[in-house]
Design a protein around this ligand. Sequence first.
Ligand SMILES: [Zn+2]
Length: 346
Amino acid sequence: MDNLNGLDNSTLLAHLRSTLGNERQTLASFLRYLAEVEARGLHAQTGHPSLFSYCTMVLALKEAEAYSRIHAARQASLYPVLLDRLTNGSICLTTIRQISPHLTAANIEKILATVGGKTTREIDKIVVTLAEAARPAARAAAPRNAAPEQPPLFSEAPSAAATAAPKLKPDRLRYVTPQQVEVRFTANEALVAKLDRAKGLARSKGVGSTLEGLFDHVIEVYLNQCDPERRLKRQHNRRPRAGSAHGAGGSSRYIPQAVKDTVYARDGGRCVYTTAEGQRCPALVGLEYEHRTPHARGGSSIDPANIELLCRTHNQLAAKREFGEGFIADAVRYRRQSAVNTARAE
Ligand SMILES: [Zn+2]
């Protein structure tokens, strides 16, 4: 780096400003490239379950940096004017996160004019006011004003349009000492009521009255019930029962739990998709058990060698290769339609 001592004050200030301008310009370009990478699905082709995974593992972005850039890139592909405002410095990535639940093509210019040059806290207040004003209207005319649905940032997260009231604070895990982690999240009232109930029950069972003790107990119960590794361990400890090999249903698409547990242990609880260069997908959650030779083509559901763990992204990529793009589009349409029908039936 150049030695700055030789610069006179006005040149130093000019350089400071021009560097900042370049940084904003570069950020806007980065977001455009990022949106294009996602549109082409290049993160999946390079072995990643989500764009978030690609950004943190390949681009070495920190989680928060990746999150805010992906979010901004998606918003900017809906509303390109955001890139101009980022470039001229009237908004930043935080502003985009704050205002995005409220943006529509009709109000974006007005909102941008209101928030330009404001502090984060001032924008918070503007956003809360917008949310309050929109709430009765949103209830009256829900689907018409709904924001377009976007894929989740984390492939394992449930997809939900940001039409609900904004979260107060993002979930957070933060080290407070080398051995202790602060866990923070915002809960709705129904969950708090369940927590109170569980706390009462737990106290009577001698679990203790702290939230930490309660969570530890509840998660133990959950893991005992749902963790394939624990189920396998219990099976090993049990004496084998006569005639219960891998369950019934050799010609069924249904994969017996014992087969799933064997596959889970073999695949190490991780997506097995691996690129030609040997890069294996890092996804550990949101995994699905899939037939290597599809059931429709005679593949077995009870032979663990024909079953593998895939994340949703790579399950879809595999199906695309096996059956072609049209099949996937039909299957997604069918899934959405089923969801709509289920919702209507309720
Ligand atoms: Zn994967």
